[in-house]
Design a protein around this ligand. Sequence first.
Ligand code: EPZ
Length: 468
Amino acid sequence: MGDLLKIKGGKPLQGQIKAGGAKNAMTKLLVASLLSDKKCTFYNVPNIGDVEITVNLCREIGSEINWDKKNHTLDIVTHELKTSYVPQRYSGSNRIPILMIGALMGRTDEDIIVPTLGGDMLGSRPVDLHIHALQKLGAKIEYRDMKKEGAYLAHAHHGLKGAVLSLNYPSVGATENTILAAVRAKGTTLIKNAAIEPEIIDLILFLQKLGANIMVDVDRTICIQHADQFHEVEHTIMTDRNEVASYAMCALSTKGRVFIEGAEHLQMIAFLNKIREIGGGFKIKQNGIEFFYDGKLKGGVHIETDVHPGFMTDWQQPFAVLLTQANGTSVIHETVYENRFGYASTLKEMGADIELFTQCLGGKSCRFASGDHHHSLVVKGPSTLHGKEITIPDLRAGFAYVMAALLAPEISTISNVEYLDRGYEDLVGKLIALGADITRVSQPKKHIDKTKNAIQNLLTIDKTLASV
Ligand code: EPZ
């Protein structure tokens, strides 16, 4: 349960907000700092749930962390590892624990045990590419069934050795994990078909300051040489391009005008092309980007999500809401995750005209061409969306629901708000600053416990009846 959002839509968003540091950079940089015993200072650190979880993970390992949330700065130093065992209670928390393997294998000969992963349920999200790549460097990794959840046990008792390896798919996480392991591996490592997302480049910038020698080649091959001399680092986190895109789409769908301070043009090229194609307006300014409604939104847009520098998969869920307001029919072909349209049914209940397909509706067939995955979406607009009771299933779908609620003239109630807290700092405050009619209603803890107990009792009764 947790807090609820109550939103009454129908008003254009107007004004200015500041985008925060990137969730998908900051969490990895914290793990990367474990490679050395040097102090690392970060600026533009977002106050979000995923960073909280990662800070706690690092403290478990032995990091000393001073997080000044008011000034968005954080110091971390890990003089020595207290343990190389990440407690099972972090199982299912987010995608970060698996990256601990790459970071810690160079610092300890002990076994490293990390719980199985969480993160948004967007498909199977296996870690085979992580494991294969790390094994190439000499790691031994096995899956262990534990009491409740599984765990991965990893070690490199004879140290890691550089290798030439190729990823079957340019996985962001697998690329990051391999880079972290390669920094302290003997010799040189080449990662072919690597991911080169801006967050990975931010990680590389950090690692170069730390003391690593890393080069990104034109064919997406990343070369990492062994390093063992490290330095203190100061690093400013890149802006969160997902937060920028999310609020930009809110501005356009509500026929408003919003300046997003900190938005970085270089990260948004594919997004801005689609904004122009749909008839939205944007103006690149010295310290950010202004997004504005510039007349009727045009359908007939075809989006195929892809790895960088393509259209980012994290942008497609809110973009689908934007397309419900465009005149005409548009198509989204999701090629990164097999199950990232879970939000479509709720949007249809709100009034959107959306159909899902298992075919690859796009110029290229993707990894999901043969399965029965609903990974293509057709949306007709414009539609009037109506208020609804909504439960958030994942972070970006959650933002898509907020966007839809901001369009509905009736009041919408949104639960599972914690999902949004994982990736959006002060969402309510920022939307209120832009004129939205939104309030956050805290559910009293005892109420939640009572609700949980009631549900538990019902489940027990149900089981008893079933066994009669
Ligand atoms: C990162 O997830 C981001 N999360 C995701 O953002 C983002 O959508 C994704 O990269 C793609 O850009 C974080 O950085 C914490 P992947 P990650 O490994 O690293 C398959 C958000 O909203 N795959 O590039 O987990 C996988 O199943 C989140 O902020 C394997 O098959 O993404 C998926 O289909 C959502 N085997 C595809 O690759 C593996 O070993 C992309 O996954 C690893 C991945």
